[in-house]
Design a protein around this ligand. Structure first.
Ligand SMILES: O=P(O)(O)OC[C@H]1O[C@H](O[C@H]2O[C@H](CO)[C@@H](O)[C@H](O)[C@H]2O)[C@H](O)[C@@H](O)[C@@H]1O
Length: 351
């Protein structure tokens, strides 16, 4: 993928059109910007936000030149992206970044066009996406308005929450029965009994949720549980003992701090693949998964969607970050707007 040389728009040319049809996605779906960055270091590239008046650092590290050569003139940039702020307030680094990761809200028309006659599946991270990031993880509540937006989305599209938190905790915070929940970075998945092939998966068992409703539980790390149960107090004691020598460090309870993962090849990307399979939506050209996340762990899911050219990753970030997502939104309030727009669009189609 490369930027067109005239730089008059952020449209990309694709030197490998064969992939588009092989992957079963209409070529128009791929006419959005592609990020070329690699996450091989496992770290985000965070570009400090600069006020327009303070260009020295930007200039000295070559950013300004790079931006000038790959961007249209300022006024055109504002027009193309329909950014509703005064030119003087524009954050150059952020706008430059948005060429690579356009706003999912501003691009909604394009997204809905590409989603036409496809079945959308919605995957949502929790912290930083449905709830704002706060100091106390136990107080990361989602607003009633956000809950209502998610409930409405789930009425119209298969919807799953994929979180690093324990499944119980995220269910407690979200409180909607009509969703799939994937906790512990996708290692603990609960969803309705589907009567599809995934029901017969070796790690899939029938259980009941807190309301006594029959559900499927998929726990690929199940075999590690007895070992973890057996060793947990010893490990916790060791960590506790070590921390005694570090009075400036504090040990708090629960998975949040002693987050110990078994060595298995499983992550949020695998969870998305599993859920698509469970929903009967895998390997279908008429399905458009949308995953919204803000964290490094969400990159595995963005990568799955990007590599398979299956759908859209939307990164929630108010600062530039290298990502495998296609689009961006700034914060949970924009996530809510996007979810509402999806529902409005669906209702309009159905009317
Ligand atoms: O996958 P997620 O749903 O995004 O969960 C990732 C982690 O989220 C929580 O921590 C983050 O949010 C907290 C509340 O806003 C914040 O205090 C903390 O700094 C963030 O890292 C949660 O506490 C972790 O267990 C999750 O792994």
């Amino acid at each position: 993928m490369e930027l067109k040389s005239n730089h008059s728009s952020p449209v990309l040319t694709d030197p490998t059109p064969i992939n588009k049809s092989r992957l079963g996605i209409h070529s128009s779906l791929l006419s959005y910007p592609q990020s070329g960055g690699s996450l091989s270091s496992g770290k985000y590239m965070t570009i400090p936000r600069k006020k327009p008046g303070k260009l020295d650092d930007v200039r000295s590290n070559g950013w300004l030149d790079a931006m000038k050569s790959s961007s249209p003139p300022r006024k055109k940039l504002i027009k193309d992206f329909n950014i509703e702020v005064a030119a003087d307030d524009i954050d150059i680094a952020y706008c430059s970044w948005m060429i690579k990761y356009p706003s999912a809200l501003k691009s909604f028309e394009q997204i809905s066009k590409n989603a036409k006659s496809k079945k959308i599946a919605v995957f949502l991270d929790y912290d930083g996406v449905l709830s704002p990031i706060v100091d106390d993880p136990d107080r990361a509540f989602m607003s009633d308005a956000m809950r209502s937006a998610v409930r409405n989305v789930a009425k119209h599209f298969p919807t799953a929450i994929i979180s690093g938190r324990s499944r119980d905790k995220v269910y407690e915070l979200v409180g909607l029965t009509e969703l799939y929940y994937a906790g512990s970075h996708g290692m603990d998945i609960m969803g309705p009994v589907s009567h599809t092939e995934s029901d017969d998966h070796p790690n899939c068992i029938r259980s009941t949720d807190q309301q006594g409703k029959e559900v499927n539980l998929f726990q690929p790390a199940r075999e590690f549980i007895p070992m973890i149960d057996e060793n947990w107090p010893t490990i916790a004691q060791c960590v506790h003992d070590i921390l005694k020598d570090y009075p400036r460090l504090r040990l708090t309870h629960g998975r949040k701090v002693l987050e110990i993962r078994p060595v298995i090849d499983w992550n949020k990307g695998k969870a998305v693949e599993f859920l698509l399979e469970a929903l009967g939506l895998s390997g279908r050209d008429d399905v458009l998964p949308i995953y919204i996340g803000d964290d490094r762990t969400d990159e595995d899911a963005f990568k799955v969607l990007r590599e398979g050219s299956r759908g859209y990753g939307i990164l929630v970030s108010s600062v530039p970050k290298e990502s495998k997502a296609f689009y961006s939104v700034r914060d949970p309030s924009e996530v809510k707007k996007f979810l509402k727009a999806l529902v409005r669009c669906k209702k309009f189609e159905e009317a």
